[in-house]
Ligand binder design. Sequence first.
Ligand code: MSP
Length: 512
Amino acid sequence: MNFKITTPLYYVNAKPHLGSLYTTIACDSLARFHRLEGNKVLFITGVDEHGLKIQRTASDNNISPQDHCDNISSLYMNFWSNWNISFDRFIRTTSNKHIKFVSQFYKRVEKSGDIRLGRQEGWYCVGCEEFKDIDSSSKKPYCNIHSKELEWRDEENLFFCLSKYQNRIEDLINSDNFIFPKSRKNEIRNFVAKGLNDFSISRVNVPWGIPVPGYPGHTFYVWFDALLGYISASMDENSSVNIDQLESTQWPASIHVIGKDILRFHAVYWPAMLMSAGIDLPRKVFGHGFLTRDGKKMGKSLGNILDPQKLIEEYGIDAVRWYLLRDIEFGQDGDFQTKRFIEIVNNDLANSIGNLLNRSSSMSRKWFENKIPPGNVIKTNNFMKDICLNSIKEYKIAFSNLDFKTSSELILYIATKANQYLNEQEPWKKIKDNDQKSNVGYVLYNVLESVRIIGLLLKPIVPNLSEKILQQLGIQNISEWHNQLQWGLLDDDSDIPSPIPVMSKLEFNDNI
Ligand code: MSP
C-alpha cells in the first residue's frame, strides 16, 4: 500500500518552534509506523515562503525576501534533521517547479470558468494571512490570535468561485471519511452551512508572490499558492512539471495533518480548488489541537515559549517525543507542563520499561549463563502471551487512527502487566529450589519476550530507545518489523549483553 502524508508547509516568518515540532513529530511517527508495516511511504514537509507576512518580516530585518527565505528554510531543514525527522521531501514554495505548477493550475481553474474579477473590501490579519468576518463599520478590530490590529483593505482582486461548490463540499464534509477527528466536523459544517462565499486569490500590493498570468501587478494570494505545494512536492525530483500528467506523481495525499487553526483552508477551500481543476482530492484531513504551556497559549509576547533546542540538549529527542505523543490526545488541545513531562518520562520509560528490562535480563544472566532462558516449556495458559497479542492488535488499530496516546498506553499496559507477573511469580525465591529452575526460566523468558515486543512497539514513537532496548536483548537488526510482532520469536539460548540503563532519569531544570 502507498501511504502519503504531509505536514503543513510552515511560514518562514520565524524559526521553527514547539508547535511546528509537535505536528511534525506526530507525522514522523505515523510515517515510521507505515514504513514498518511494509507500506511505501512518502512523507512531505516544507515551507510557505510568499505573502505579505514574509515580505514585512524580511523588510523589518533589512534583508531581501529571498535571502530571508533561504536563511529560514535552511534553519527548518537543519532543525528537522537534528530532531531525526524521517521526511522524504521538503518543498519550498519559492522553488521553480512549484512556481511553474501554480501557473498551470491557475490556468485550469480559469478554463473551468471559476475565476472572476471583483472588489475585495474587508479587515485583514497579516499574521493569519486571512480576511476576517468582521463588520466594515467596526473601529480598530483586533486579531485575538496575533494580538494585533486588523488592516482595512479595499482593492481589485481576482476571485475563485467557491460558491459554485456548495453542494459538492457539503457532500464531502458530511462523509464519514474526510475530516478527522470526527469532533472537528461540526465546526466546518456550521461554516459551510452559512453559505460559501467566493474568495480572493490575488493581491495587488504584494510584490513578494507568484505573478498571476495575464494580470500585471497581481500576485497569487499566499494560501492559493501554498496549498498547491502539496502537489508540487508529490512530483518526482527530476520530472518535468506537467499538470496533464499528474498520474506519474505521488498525488493524492493519503492524509494532510494540520493544526485546527487551518482546517477550513484544507477541508473547504482546497478541495474546491481541486474539484475546479479536475484533480483528485486528498483522502483525509486531520486537524489536531494546540499546545499550551502551564495553561497558557505558548506565545512570544507571554514569554512562555519552550526552546526546542534547549529541550533536545537537556532531555533528548525520545523524552520529548514520548511525552507529546503519549500524554496529549492527538486532536485535543494539550498543556506542556515541565514537571509532568519529567514525571511521565521517568515513570514510564526509566521505571516501568527500563527497570523491567534491567531486572529480568540481570536475573537471566545470573542464573542462565548470560543467556536468554529456554522458553519452550509447554504451558496451557500463557498470561503474557495473551496480553501481548491483544495489545499488538489494538495498538495497530489505534496507530492507524492517529491515536498515539492509546498506542503508547498499550505499550505501558504490557510493561505494567509484565512487572506484575514478575512480582507475583517471584523467580528470586523459586530459584532457591533446584526443581523450579525450568519454571524460573519460563517466567523470565515470558518477561523478556514481552520486553522484546515492547521494544518493537516503541519503534515508531521513540526510535532510539527502541533500538537500545532491542540491543540489550542481543537483537541487532530487525528486518520485517510486522512479522516480528508474534509471540515466541526471542531466541532462547542467545547471549544477553551486560545491562546498561536504556533510559536515564531526567532531572527538573528550572531554566527550561
Ligand atoms: N503556512 C500555513 C500553512 C500552509 S499549508 C499549505 C501556516 N503555517 S504556520 O507556520 O503558521 O503553521 C501552522 C501549523 O503549525 C499549525 O497548523 C499547527 O500544525 C502548527 N502549530 C503552530 N503553533 C502551534 C501550537 N501552539 N500548537 C500546536 N500546533 C501548532 O499556517
